[in-house]
Write a protein that binds this ligand. Sequence first.
Ligand code: BGC
Length: 723
Amino acid sequence: MKVPSLNAAAAVLLVATAADAAGSLTPRSWDEAYNMANTLVGEMSLEQKVNITTGAGWEKTLCVGQTGSTTNPDFPSLCLQDGPLGVRIAHNVTAGLSGITASQSWDKKALRKRGEYMGKEFRGKGAHFQLGPDVEIMRSPFAGRIFESFGEDPYLNGVAGVETTIGIQSQGVIATGKHYILNNQEHNRMNASSVVDDRTLREIYAYPFARVIEAGIGSIMCSYNRINGTYSCENDATLNKLLKEEMGFQGVVQSDWGATHSTSQSANHGLDVTMPGDIDMGDGLSYFGKNLTEAVKRGDVSEDRVTDMARRTVASYYKMRQDEDFPEISINSFNESEAPEVLVQGNHGHLVREMGAAAVVLLRNNDNTLPLSDSLKKIAIVGSDAGISPDGINCGQFQACDNGTLAMGYGSGAAYFPYLVSPYEGIKNRAGDDVEIVHTFDDWNTDAAADLAKTADIALVFANSDSGEQVEVLDGNNGDRNNLTLWHNGDNLIKAVADANENTVVVIHSVGPVTMPWVNHPNIKAIVWPGLPGQESGNSLADVLFGDVNPSGRLPYTIAKEESDYNVHIDLNHTIEFKEKLLVGYKYFDAMNIDPLFEFGFGLSYTNFTYSNLKVKTSDNNNTIATATVSVKNSGDVAGDEIVQAYISFPESAGEPPKLLRGFEKVHLKKGRRSTVTFDFTKTELSIYDLEKADWVIPSGEFTLHIGASSRDIRLSATFTLN
Ligand code: BGC
């Protein structure tokens, strides 16, 4: 064996130190966690086990939900806290990118780091469970909670969900995949029934859940709605059969808040913990608790099942090593002023800024208008979305307010901003004293906006569109958006500014797609799409506008030309039929040959990339069924990052949409440099759900692999055959 040189040894040591500094831990295996849980739960009485399955009651605890505890043997009350973007109802925390914007980065490393810092903050506040990630599919762009998850594609949701989960759990916090399942709009979410066939259910909606389960996620939250007539939290088909048997989920199923509707049926059909415990929020009663104990005594629920229910929570706790030195709970959700001051933000703001810049999607850049030139003397900034709300950064119940810059949606998926850098502030700071910045935040006085824009070398006009959870009605929108138009007179404002200044740049902060009736205005030279960037909004934006960061964000959804181009709108019926089946998002636009305005996967850069030499070969070693390599070159003038995307067309007999995203890699390339990108395709990427066999199969025949810069910008294709 070659003796390692001193340098190599020192390098190893350094890496080890860096890992320690990051403070990550390795979760225990499920087997080990179950062994430990068996011992502890084996010592518990029926009542003690039931206690662990029963939330301690709405507003009775420090966290939004807490499990019951036991003494002798001792098991603590575990804290469950929202949400998918950071610690909710807590101060001194980081309010970073929403899920939808994090996925705009198409950057696995950044997604992992986001999970890690969030996990660190939940742990620091003593929260055992983070109620995220949300991996629900954006079935319709109108749906209120689309900003919490990762867009319209199952593969992208899966990858983003996995990176987030691994990141969170590396800090010893149990991640919660939600909302399981088919809770894809807010209207009637408490009782509407989603009707879907078995193939669509698996290939589109369960797919990202399967991925986070493979990554070892500790918890899944069942949703409010019904599925094929039966409530999600008492649904044998989706909980016992699909989630636990088919997908092999070993962690704990918790109900959404108030989503439990029965005792025996829920327990027997797969619910493990009822949250927050109550029958009706705040009534102090429970379907579990005493009712569950009695059901066992009557013989309606077996004690073995209750043992399994308790064991799943205890095993998740051991898996994440929460038995080793876990901080005290320092959240006080219902008495905020009583919460002790515990600072957990560290330097996470830097990560938020970096990731926010990496997530900016540049939709148009005519005449190289961006990055902003050094010779600019005067910039006009127009629109309330460029400033801070006059009501403060944390206005509105659940952040349901939208009269300043939009940096997150509203509802339980929101968190308090510790500070919020507005676009105006970010741009002004970066521009320095030599550039004059003039502004108006009045969206309704279009004449004043035009007069101001006229005087500047360039005009940046801002607008937004908000949505959230149905707990609040905002500007007449009950969670879901009533339409996809810009809020606050945005369309008129943009038009007025574009009429007045021939160098107009439009910046839109939105939860999802909007319509752009002004898009063909010749003076609109650039369109910038930062999504919902969180507290560092203005800095991340300025980094891209001034060219300190070369944009590499890509759309995680389709922006259509017209609202009516989308096939799924909010359904007000109590039975919601998923008639579009597999044709969700770009798959529908591809199948129907509809030209989108900006397609799924689209985003520009300040440089250009060329693709060559695509090779694909099949192999039968290990799990990899096909491997592809492609050469990508930065053929432009500045360094940049390309998101190389892999789409697969299945053999026609498979009955799939024209193409499916099945891989992506982000590569950084200096000017003139080239790199080889490799994709490995396994059963996960190459199989379909065969209804007759009731199993996943790899169809035989000819597959076509498309490599490109977006779903419509395919640069190279190659075929391979599987038998
Ligand atoms: C939401 C969940 C959330 C829970 C606890 C529910 O209304 O649907 O996403 O985790 O409340 O706040």
